[in-house]
Design a protein around this ligand. Structure first.
Ligand SMILES: Nc1ncnc2c1ncn2[C@@H]1O[C@H](COP(=O)(O)OP(=O)(O)OP(=O)(O)O)[C@@H](O)[C@H]1O
Length: 233
């Protein structure tokens, strides 16, 4: 079976900085990978390259076996770490916008998810709280029938109750035909979702593996493991 994602030796050089330095990993269908690392370690850069929004300086990646950008973009749904919707839009406008733009957008799933998140289709983005906007963005990203979902800090700035709703929505609505990468600093809130973990530091993956195997082998939760590795520097 072809993996959903194969990343090989990916690098990204900005003028003054190396943001990614030889990142390689594979992700199979039905798996959720937690991507964690300190600020500036390269998480967003990696996700943007996989989403086709930035060009790598070197290396390759394949989504469902294809490295053609036009195909990888079609197969990847990206939730950016900041809101990209216009303030004047109602939730229903945002759904129409995505529905028109993405051929794989499932409007009935979006309507169900809106209900689950207790969002009002007539509410405008400018009148929504930060948590509501984040939920709406998640509804949009998750209502595409993608092979790979990339969620960049989906819980940033969200209160604990809304975080719980977002995690539940991911569990409830995710189709195991696909795979997910979740980049987050809020490990304790989402580590229950992870099948796999990758810790990234200065553009390099320094630890990767099956989440449960790591917990058993190291006798620690993923958040404790993270603190052990990054806490004493
Ligand atoms: N457009 C850019 N030009 C120059 N350097 C950049 C640019 N974008 C990111 N960088 C640098 O690349 C490195 C990786 O940034 P990136 O945003 O990928 O980190 P991150 O792990 O997502 O950080 P955070 O956890 O703070 O969101 C950082 O050192 C950052 O300063």
């Amino acid at each position: 079976m072809v993996p959903v994602l194969e990343v090989e030796d990916l690098t990204k050089n900005y003028i003054t900085k190396k943001a990614l330095n030889g990142v390689s990993f594979t992700l199979e269908k039905g798996r959720i990978l937690g991507l964690a690392g300190p600020n500036g370690s390269g998480k967003t850069t990696l996700l943007k390259i996989l989403a086709g929004l930035q060009k790598a300086s070197g290396g390759t990646f394949r989504v469902q076996g294809s490295s053609k950008l036009i195909e990888t973009k079609e197969r990847v749904s990206f939730l950016p770490d900041r809101n990209i919707l216009y303030p004047w839009m109602k939730a229903s406008d945002a759904i129409d916008f995505y529905g028109d733009f993405f051929a794989d957008f499932d409007r009935s799933k979006a309507a169900d998810m809106l209900g689950f998140m207790r969002l009002d289709a007539g509410e405008r983005v400018k009148n929504m709280s930060k948590g509501m906007v984040e939920k709406l963005n998640l509804v949009l990203a998750f209502s595409r029938k993608a092979s790979l979902y990339l969620l960049d800090e989906p819980l940033g700035g969200i209160d604990p109750v809304a975080r719980e709703q977002i995690v539940s929505a991911i569990i409830k609505t995710w189709s195991e035909d696909s795979a997910i990468i979740i980049s987050t600093h809020l490990l304790s809130d989402v580590e229950q979702l992870f099948n796999e973990v990758a810790l990234i530091d200065a553009g390099e993956i320094i630890l990767t593996g099956d989440a449960e195997a790591l917990r058993i082998e190291r006798g620690r939760s993923i958040i404790q493991l993270y603190i052990d590795i990054f806490g004493n520097r």
